[in-house]
Structures are given as structure tokens and as C-alpha cells.
Design a protein around this ligand. Sequence first.
Ligand SMILES: Nc1ncnc2c1ncn2[C@@H]1O[C@H](COP(=O)(O)OP(=O)(O)OP(=O)(O)O)[C@@H](O)[C@H]1O
Ligand SMILES: [Mg+2]
Length: 277
Amino acid sequence: MAGRVSLPPGLLDEWELTADGEPWTGFHASVVPVTTADGEPAALKVGLHDNEHLALQHWHGRGAVRLLRADPGRGLLLLERLPGPDLADHWDVEACEVVAGLYRDLHRPAVPQLRRLSSYAGEVAAALVDLSRDVPLPPRLVQQAGLLAARFAADPATDGTLVHTDLHYGNVLAAHRAPWLAIDPKPLSGDPHYEVAPLLWNRYDELSGRVRDGLRARFHAAVDAGGLDEHRARDWVVVRAMDLARQRLADPPGTPRRTPTPALLTMCVSIAKAVQD
Ligand SMILES: Nc1ncnc2c1ncn2[C@@H]1O[C@H](COP(=O)(O)OP(=O)(O)OP(=O)(O)O)[C@@H](O)[C@H]1O
Ligand SMILES: [Mg+2]
């Protein structure tokens, strides 16, 4: 019940909400099903938001869940409640087509308050150059990703489009007013080609025994359905895969993790290789 999630005292009364079922606890946030004063099913998200409200406001419900109310200072979002399910049990290649089919609605001119992807790419380039040659990653891939990141950092096309950046199978829910809608953006002012990588590293374990072909099928499904340039999408996958690996290597020892570090590094290398073989 809502009682197990720590809601600000008095919030339900303040926003005229009634708790309506068990909360979902995501990796970063908790989401409490509620009913509004009008009797509408809604979802109250409590936790960190990475400017989530700015993206949701900008989308106005096109391609994404509708934002009903936000208090970013207190980390609170009231969302339209979607019936689901998500895409976790969908055939993965078709799921990639579904997700990439949302790009057209989501990839609008960015709002100025968002962080620019070029500035992040510059940070990634510097971090990859600084990565010790002793880490268990192929030096050639680390160097390649660093050079690509530096090139993206200097490329005007890297900024300007609102991108979700965490568009994976669990962040797309079935809906009534559209077949599928995105939730949980971590938005940047960026490049649509940045969007593909989470489709490769999520549900990775399912590809056991056919990793390369499975990754390539997902990648091409997303590129084709999203109308993306294959080379630019591939370069971002290489950068994001090596960025994910170096972030893990920078974690303090003992950080609780779903995937052990050796398995995660192997996955990142497989992804960066599969898209360029
Ligand atoms: N508007 C909504 N309608 C219905 N269910 C929702 C809604 N928003 C979130 N959920 C449910 O709550 C879960 C967690 O929400 P969300 O993905 O926004 O948070 P998160 O903690 O940031 O997730 P993640 O684990 O991806 O980091 C979702 O996976 C989904 O099951
Ligand atoms: Mg999520």
C-alpha cells in the first residue's frame, strides 16, 4: 500500500487523491496508483526525476504518458495511469519496432532548460581517454569510442532534439488512447540516434547463444522503424556501450548491482562489436 512508500505528509489530501492499490517500486522511484478527485485513475511518482517533468510537459501526451501535475522541488509527478503491460514479454524485435515507432512523436525540438548531449559527450570522451589501459576492456574499442564521443561533442547535430535516453522495454506501456506510450524519460537536448542503445542492453540475457545476430536484428529493427541513419546510430551505440562500461568501473566497490561487473563488461563489448561487424 501507499503506506510503505514515504509520501510527503498530507500530500494525498492536498492533491485530493485516494490511494488505489499496491505501489510499483522501480529502480529509482516509487509509483503509487491513486484516483483523482474526478475519479480518474492516476499514478503518483515519488523520487528522483532528472527533469522528467520538462519532457512530459513538452510532449503533451503525444507518444508519452500525460503529466497531470508536478512538484519537481518535492520530486513529485502525478501522471495519467496507463493500463499496461509493458514490452517486457513482447517478441524483442517487434518490441524494438514499437519503441522506434514512438521516436517520431517524441523527437521534437528540445526545450532550452535541458542539458545538452554535446556537453555530456565531451565528458565521456575525456573519461574514456583517462581510462587506464589495465581495465578489462579491449583498448581498441575504448579508443574508438573516445574518438567518436569527441567528434559528437563538436558536432552541432548532437544537440537540439528532445530525446528520452532511457527508452527500453519497461518504459513503454500499452494504453487506451494510443497503442503504446513512453514513461520515465531522462531527457536531454540531443540526437535521435542516441536513443537505440537501451534496446540492446535491456533483455540482453535472452540473447544467449545468438548474441551477435540477436543484437543486430534489434538494432536494424530500431534503425529502420525509426528512420535513423545506420552509421550515426551505430557510432552512438559504440559510445554508449563503452560509457556504460566505464561508469560501472568507476562505481565504488560494494555498490549493489543487478548484473555482476564481469558480465556487464562482456555485454558492453559484445554490443559495441555486434553493431560494427
Ligand atoms: N503512468 C503510469 N501508469 C501505470 N504504471 C506506471 C506509470 N508510471 C509508472 N508505472 C509503473 O511503475 C514502474 C516504475 O516507474 P518508472 O519506470 O517511471 O520509475 P523508475 O523507478 O525510474 O524506473 P526504472 O526502474 O526504469 O528506473 C513502471 O515500470 C510501471 O510499471
Ligand atoms: Mg522505468
